[in-house]
Design a protein around this ligand. Sequence first.
Ligand SMILES: [Ca+2]
Ligand SMILES: [Ca+2]
Ligand SMILES: [Ca+2]
Length: 150
Amino acid sequence: MAGFARVVLIGAALLAAGPGLAQTPQGRAMFDRWDLNHDGRVAWTEAWESIQRRFVEADLNRSGGLSLDEWMAAQLPGRPPRTDRPALDPQRERDRRTAMFRAIDANRDNQVTLEELRPVAESWFRAFDANGDGLISLDEVPRPTPRVPG
Ligand SMILES: [Ca+2]
Ligand SMILES: [Ca+2]
Ligand SMILES: [Ca+2]
């Protein structure tokens, strides 16, 4: 299952990697998941719809919010296979995900809601939309920074 939090994390990771032009498998996969009508561009309505779908999938107890457990569980299975670099340190990954959860949980009730997520997602969307036309095209999807082997 492509977990909601995984989508968010992939987006955040790609953003953190900075702007780029290449179509990596990761960037392409994320783009395809967001481009619901397959017209080669992602509008905000498509991005938000995608995020809402993942959120509902991840909200296992249908509480309307994601607990930290749900947040973590949603992204542990089915991580994208990475053959180009060693696996990330699991503890560092957990720390990173927990920090993101805490950052999004604005009212500190240990539940991340769609209301809390929306402004964060909007800022990600704006950051992706390099030319500010309200659409993310594939050439605006950042690529991970190339790694020096070794
Ligand atoms: Ca589209
Ligand atoms: Ca909250
Ligand atoms: Ca754009």
